[in-house]
Design a protein around this ligand. Sequence first.
Ligand code: HXC
Ligand code: NAP
Length: 293
Amino acid sequence: MSEFKGLPEPPALGASALPAGTFAGTAVIVTGGGTGLGKAIAGEFGRLGAAIVLLSRKPEHLEAGRTAVAATGARVVTASCDIRDAAQIAAAFDVAEKEFGLPAVLVNNAAANFPVPAEDMSPNAWRTVVDITLNGTFFCSREFARRHMAAGTPGSIINIGATYAWTGGPGFAHSAAAKAGVKNMVETLAVEWGPAGIQVNGLVPGLFPHDDMTADIQGNLARTNDKDICQPALRVGRLRELGWAATFLASPYARFISGHTLVVDGANWQRRNLTNPPVVTVRDQMGRGPFVP
Ligand code: HXC
Ligand code: NAP
């Protein structure tokens, strides 16, 4: 193993495969764009000339996102919004339209997740994750499509997913089921809305650790081995790599790509073992004692 170096590092932050100004005159909404991957995606659109609209619940996240995006030189507006609530989404779109006109790109990045053995999960915990991740993604997509249909303008939607949409996700039953719904919805909406000029794609990150990860997720990662050696790429994803994929999918160079879900994970989700390792239960992986009804 030691002779192998894994997949090469990408170019440095600030590089781009797309021409400068690709998104000049275009506004882009990124839900959950104040933290982590959403903030990185918003930054890449900003670097390419887009005006950015950040939507999420917490003022401190929106402020952090505003600062990061403004540092790219982009114009940015924030709107407080819980994507579980269709009325709040409509109000946030009004803010965006007033500031920049109707955004041509929607990145549905906001999601909810925490590790929990399925037998321990309360009905409200299940509902909360499905409501944010699946229902919220649909409500935002619907608002975007209705406004474009009314205006007669084209648009591009990117839904951020997860690989356990295909594989299942032990310890994440709620999020895996919701992300499977998101992937399926990409395929339906791309067909329904293609005639109206609306492209719908999925974009799936592999493991992209970052400082904004919730304590639950960070704790889950901290319990396991070094992350790099657990990936076929021998490294985790760099945030800019996901941003580049998002800007490509929404660019004029990808107009005929629709209904597709692109996985950016160094082939980690395809990983199989030559011989099966011993099964370790989710409870044991999480260091939990026996189930107590
Ligand atoms: C068990 C939990 C829990 C936990 C919350 N709940 N955290 N159950 N284990 N760790 C339960 C609560 O007890 C409650 O159920 C229900 O979930 C709702 O909790 P609230 O705190 O009232 O919900 P809310 O304020 O709406 O917050 C939503 C949230 C929170 C999901 C719980 O964590 C959040 O806001 N997260 C946003 C950011 C996020 O999740 N990012 C992760 C994206 S990463 P009861 O029954 O008690 O009422 C990702 C992939 C990463 O998706 C993959 C990495 C490997
Ligand atoms: P994160 O930093 O926790 O981001 C989640 C964002 O969603 C936060 O900015 C949060 O902002 C927003 N959000 C949550 N609930 C919301 C609600 N009800 N309404 C509006 N906004 C809400 O996580 P991340 O790692 O960047 O993840 C981003 C996306 O990538 C998610 O879709 C996630 O499933 C996916 N993903 C990430 C990884 C990874 O390795 N990082 C792997 C696979 C998939 P507020 O709290 O301010 O609302």
